[in-house]
Design a binder for this molecule. Structure first.
Ligand code: HEM
Length: 151
């Protein structure tokens, strides 16, 4: 007959379980909650100003976008929304991949693909927000010509 051993629950945890240093999983867990709260404000603020203030959705046109992206307040609002949402989404996808993908090579490849995609979108989005020129490529035969001359 084999003897059964009862684990000593009061004993200190082994060093393998309680690692020293920064716990990246915990940082990620906290990030999801903090960024979630900030994203509620940023996303609903974005939807409210774009769709409900003034003429609402009917005011959305080239001039509206050009005006908003010329304003440092909205530039930084959009940048914060872009960075927080993409890092939040990528970290969330990492969690899902880690939970469901059993093959180690496929799991690593997918996690890398998620972060490369998020990184590229962050770089491109940041360039769009800060380097946006509404009159780039507008020539005299364009309907935007006069508006661009006035800028
Ligand atoms: C309104 C703003 C948002 C709030 C309040 C929010 C909140 C959260 C929270 C608290 C979690 C963690 C859930 C858990 O660990 O069980 C989560 C997970 C996740 N979020 Fe968000 N989120 C928001 C916007 C977004 C956006 C814009 C994206 C996409 C870009 C996104 C994609 C994800 C993904 C992929 C997960 C992982 C789901 C999982 O673990 O099953 N979320 N979100």
């Amino acid at each position: 007959m084999s003897a059964t051993t009862t684990p000593d629950l009061a004993a200190p945890r082994s060093p393998q379980i309680r690692k020293k240093g920064v716990n990246l999983e915990k940082v990620g867990w906290v990030y999801m909650r903090v960024s979630g709260v900030l994203l509620v404000v940023l996303i609903f603020g974005h939807l409210f100003t774009n769709l409900m203030v003034g003429d609402g959705i009917h005011a959305l046109d080239w001039g509206f976008v050009a005006g908003k992206l010329a304003n440092p307040f909205w530039q930084w609002w959009d940048i914060l929304m872009l960075w927080l949402a993409l890092i939040h989404g990528a970290n969330g996808m990492r969690t899902i991949v880690n939970d469901y993908v059993t093959g180690e090579k496929v799991r690593k490849t997918l996690v890398w693909a998620v972060f490369v995609a998020a990184g590229l979108l962050i770089v491109l989005g940041t360039l769009v927000v800060f380097a946006f020129d509404p009159c780039n490529g507008v020539t005299s035969d364009s309907v935007f010509w006069e508006a661009c001359q006035a800028l």
